[in-house]
Design a protein around this ligand. Structure first.
Ligand code: NDP
Ligand code: GDR
Length: 342
């Protein structure tokens, strides 16, 4: 690579929460960013529209390409065309509850999809470093604190698919010398979090209840313990993992634990409401097998990458509630009609 040539990165899952923050980060660092998007019948790029330029303009820091993690030959041609220096595999069917309804599709996308991308890197011969979005869900039933040396015990089709992807990433590193790393990330959230994950479901409902357009919030297991961090800080660490001299696997977490009930308390009290008056139980939000407690030990990332999370769960809840209140005021209520309630 000549010194004047910008670094090129390919991001799968660029339309998702993490993909959008990572694309922003890499553009700010001068990268030429390429994103894989799935063809949809309506636009699905709202999280990255602000980065996108008309292809007819001279400068376009973000280029989007149609493709899918279930389509291996497309991944090979795409890598050959782009010749990326870094590949971030963030694409996945990422919802744990949905993975029980769609186990085969989840395995295909979240598990085998990672192998297809690794194999595409290998056969296309590109000289790229590879990041795999591994998950604390892989620890499942193994009690906390969980670190890089904790045994996996997945409790969902999603968790099992991520374990497969984790081991394939490790195998490509050992078998072919690929610079491939697993970031084992604990839950991380933001105002861009999908509306059916528990934090965003709560903060979105708080905004609607405070505005008088929703009466009740139906929830599942309030006793689950999670270690919720702030997504923009986590994508910064993904990038640092690929800049390090050697490929390692890293846990990213805050190390602080709260229950879903705690998150309800932080969110409702931020707008002066008592959550107990609005929240009701609905068994449809329970999972056939639950992950009771995830609390990460990110000491290795702190030592090796100098990474320290600053936004902890109570502040995170406030950031998300404020954003949903502001969004509701800007977009109006019509946009918020619940067509899907999960
Ligand atoms: P999101 O659900 O917000 O985004 C998932 C992305 O994957 C979307 O861009 C989606 O595209 C894309 N995608 C889904 N299926 C396919 C497919 N078949 N081919 C190509 N792309 C596909 O997830 P997050 O941003 O929260 O998470 C990013 C990654 O990190 C995921 O792999 C997730 O499993 C993992 N992870 C997330 C954690 C978290 O707390 N957020 C923690 C640990 C791991 P579309 O917009 O078209 O649906
Ligand atoms: P998780 O996140 O399963 O940890 O996976 P989610 O926010 O969906 O659930 C967290 C916990 O909250 C409980 N819960 C509910 N969850 C949802 N979605 N809806 C509810 O109504 C509800 N009520 C209680 C759940 O049972 C669970 O215990 C996320 C995803 O981003 C994965 O992709 C990622 O790998 C892991 O985090 C780390």
């Amino acid at each position: 690579m000549s010194t004047s040539e910008p670094k090129r990165a390919l991001i799968t899952g660029v339309t998702g929460q993490d993909g959008s923050y990572l694309a922003e980060l890499l553009v700010s660092k001068g990268y030429e960013v390429h994103g894989l998007i799935r063809r949809a019948s309506t636009f699905n790029t709202s999280r990255i529209d602000h980065l996108f330029r008309d292809p007819h303009e001279d400068v376009h820091p973000l280029t989007l390409h149609y493709g899918d993690l279930t389509d291996g030959s497309r991944l090979v041609t795409l890598l050959g065309d782009i010749q990326p220096h870094e590949v971030y595999n963030l694409g996945a069917q990422s919802h744990v509850r949905v993975s029980f309804d769609e186990p085969e599709y989840t395995a295909d996308t979240t598990g085998v999809g990672a192998m297809r991308l690794l194999e595409a890197v290998r056969v296309s011969g590109v000289n790229a470093r590879y990041y795999q979005a591994s998950s604390s869900e892989m620890f499942g039933a193994t009690p906390p604190p969980q670190s890089e040396t904790t045994p996996f015990y997945p409790r969902s089709p999603y968790g099992a698919a991520k374990v497969y992807a984790y081991w394939m990433t490790k195998n490509y590193r050992e078998a072919y010398g690929l610079f491939a790393v697993n970031g084992i990330l604990f839950n991380h959230e933001s105002p861009r979090r999908g509306e059916t994950f528990v934090t965003r479901k709560i903060t979105r409902a708080v905004a609607r209840i405070a505005a008088g357009v929703q009466d009740k919030l139906y929830m599942g297991n309030l006793d689950a313990v999670r270690d919720w961090g702030y997504a923009p800080e986590y994508v910064e660490a993904m990038w640092r993992m690929l800049q390090h001299d050697e490929p390692h696997d890293y846990v990213l977490a805050t190390g602080e634990a709260y229950t879903v009930r705690d998150f309800l308390q932080f969110s409702f009290s931020h707008v002066g409401l008592e959550w107990e008056k609005y929240v009701e139980f609905d068994e449809r939000y329970l999972r056939p097998t639950e992950v009771d407690s995830l609390i990460g030990d990110a000491s290795f990332a702190k030592e090796t990458l100098g990474w320290v999370p600053n936004v902890l769960t109570p502040r995170l809840a406030e950031i998300m509630v404020d954003a949903d209140v502001a969004r509701l005021e800007t977009e109006g209520h019509a946009h918020w009609i619940d067509v899907v309630s999960r």
